[in-house]
Design a protein around this ligand. Structure first.
Ligand code: THU
Length: 160
């Protein structure tokens, strides 16, 4: 039997102005995107903003549907749109924020398991790790790469 330990480094900030200008811009784009979410069922409005390697910012928000499972999370809306618009451009960073009853979520917004899998595959296609900025109005967590949130991903290679 072997035992392995996995270390995840998280950087925690109390205030947005502790982040870099680029990170603040991405967070503000995610907050703006959350305001446009279509979430009449959960009333939980999520926004995601991606910074691509070409400098472009792509946003996404959760899109719900009366047939509940047909809806999609903000992160996947953004990642799939980036894939459709710029198929070969890496994603350097993603910021996520959420609003409920008009109020920004206080704690960091972490992506769901399905989104982690999709973010992982995007990251693995590019040559750069994807930074994650999980925004909360009282605490912001920054992680360096998607595998920090999904240490044992299902991989493309697993299919061959
Ligand atoms: N949601 C996201 O958009 N991203 C997440 O990371 C978690 C959940 C959405 C899905 C659904 O529209 C609503 O939030 C409640 O789960």
């Amino acid at each position: 039997m072997k035992q392995r330990a996995y270390t995840v480094r998280m950087y925690e900030y109390d205030r947005l102005d502790e982040l870099s200008e680029e990170q603040v811009l991405l967070v503000n784009s995610a907050i703006k995107a959350a305001r446009d979410a279509y979430a009449p069922y959960s009333e939980y409005h999520v926004g995601a903003a991606l910074r691509l390697a070409n400098g472009e910012i792509i946003i996404g928000s959760n899109q719900e549907n009366a047939a509940y499972p047909s809806g999609l999370c903000a992160e996947r809306v953004a990642i799939f749109y980036a894939g459709a618009r710029h198929p070969d451009v890496a994603v350097q960073s993603i910021a996520i924020a959420a609003i409920r009853e008009g109020i920004l979520q206080e704690g960091p917004v972490a992506p769901c398991g399905a989104c982690r899998q999709v973010l992982y595959e995007k990251e693995s296609q590019g040559e750069v790790p994807m930074e994650l900025i999980l925004y909360g109005s009282k605490m912001i967590q920054v992680l360096n790469k998607v595998t920090d949130l999904l240490p044992l991903p299902f991989k493309l290679e697993d299919l061959s």
